[in-house]
Design a protein around this ligand. Structure first.
Ligand code: GLU
Length: 341
């Protein structure tokens, strides 16, 4: 009887041993997350591709990307220590670190930068049949300024301010991400939407296939006002043909997407992340023994999945960086490459 009981216990003991054994093996892996944006934007696909590349290239690390509300929300996630890293517009990172604009009185002092990634452009999309041709025509219309917590909404407010307008000048204001906003225009339930995002943007491309849209140019006076007031905006022209029916070049303004990180993430880990972003090969976290192989860099993987990813290049990695400090792990990498002193 006694012996039988012992035998009956064997599977339980084995199962318990495995439960103990497997987590102790798995526990050698570290976890690291990147907050991105809505599914209709560029942060989300590029962040997902980068997370997968980093997981492959740093064998003792599992990196995940999370969808979210984008720049302002992402700064707060890092500030509240709810995530290790995030994609953030450079003008919003500046506001967050310095406690200005939406961050007045609540600066995000633990924000650091790993790299500037690619330009993000303010794309104002209106419905042709709502009578929108120029920026002056948007007044009084049904406005979608972006998602709550997005950098897009802040850019929309900045543009409106430069035009002498605010939300009260619109017949309706509704906050939605790029896909939701495009759907509203398609359903004729909204007239104009702001999108600060790399182009071409899938949500706008899809909308342009089924609806007559206008990519609204910013006039020279508004551009000049914005450039004077905000140091992180630059001029850009979206070339004609970027979206169906777009037969003219469209002048507007742009800012940089940056990969930001919590200052408390260890220097060694951020060094390896920076290296894996820019270099081929595999990089081991806790011991010596990097593997020189052909596995593409994070930047190459991003270039392969979206044309905005082609602009992620080491030569522009430090563009617009400075007002928010580099993380010391990233700074060490750029110092070794001779890009900073
Ligand atoms: N730049 C946008 C924002 O912070 C998000 C862009 C994207 O999701 O690709 O509002």
């Amino acid at each position: 009887m006694k012996k039988q009981r012992w035998i009956a216990c064997v599977p339980i003991v084995l199962a318990l041993t495995m439960m103990v054994a497997i987590p102790s093996f798995a526990a050698k892996k570290e976890f690291f997350a990147i907050a991105t944006g809505g599914t209709g934007g560029v942060y989300y696909p590029l962040g997902g591709a980068l997370a997968q590349a980093l997981t492959d290239k740093i064998p003792d690390l599992i990196v995940t990307a999370q969808a979210g509300n984008a720049s302002v929300a992402n700064c707060n996630l890092i500030g509240n220590r709810q995530i290790e890293s995030a994609f953030i517009q450079s003008n919003i990172a500046y506001n967050a670190f310095n406690g200005v604009g939406d961050f007045k009185g609540k600066p995000v002092k633990n924000l650091r930068i790993i790299a500037s990634l690619y330009p993000e452009t303010i794309q104002i999309v209106g419905r042709a049949d709502a009578g929108i041709k120029t920026i002056a025509d948007i007044k009084g219309k049904r406005l979608i300024p972006g998602d709550r917590g997005s950098g897009t909404e802040i850019d929309c407010k900045n543009v409106l301010e430069a035009l002498g307008l605010d939300y009260k000048d619109f017949s309706n204001v509704d906050w939605l991400g790029f896909s939701g906003a495009a759907q509203r225009l398609k359903d004729k339930q909204g007239d104009v939407t702001f999108n600060t995002v790399g182009w071409p943007t899938s949500a706008i491309m899809e909308l342009a296939l089924t609806s007559d849209i206008v990519l609204v140019p910013l006039d020279e006076k508004t551009i000049a006002t914005l450039l004077k007031k905000y140091p992180f905006y630059a001029r850009i022209v979206i070339p004609k043909g970027t979206y169906r029916g777009m037969d003219k070049d469209v002048p507007t303004i742009t800012t940089m997407a940056q990969w930001a990180v919590d200052a408390d993430v260890p220097d060694d880990l951020v060094y390896k992340l920076t290296q894996a972003l820019w270099e081929k090969g595999k990089f081991v976290l806790r011991k010596k023994g990097d593997v020189a192989d052909d596995s593409p860099s994070g930047a190459e993987i991003m270039a392969a999945i979206h044309s905005a990813g082609k602009q992620v290049q080491l030569k522009t990695a430090l563009e617009g960086v400075g007002a928010v400090p580099l993380h010391p792990g990233a700074a060490r990498y750029y110092r070794e490459k001779g890009l900073i002193k």
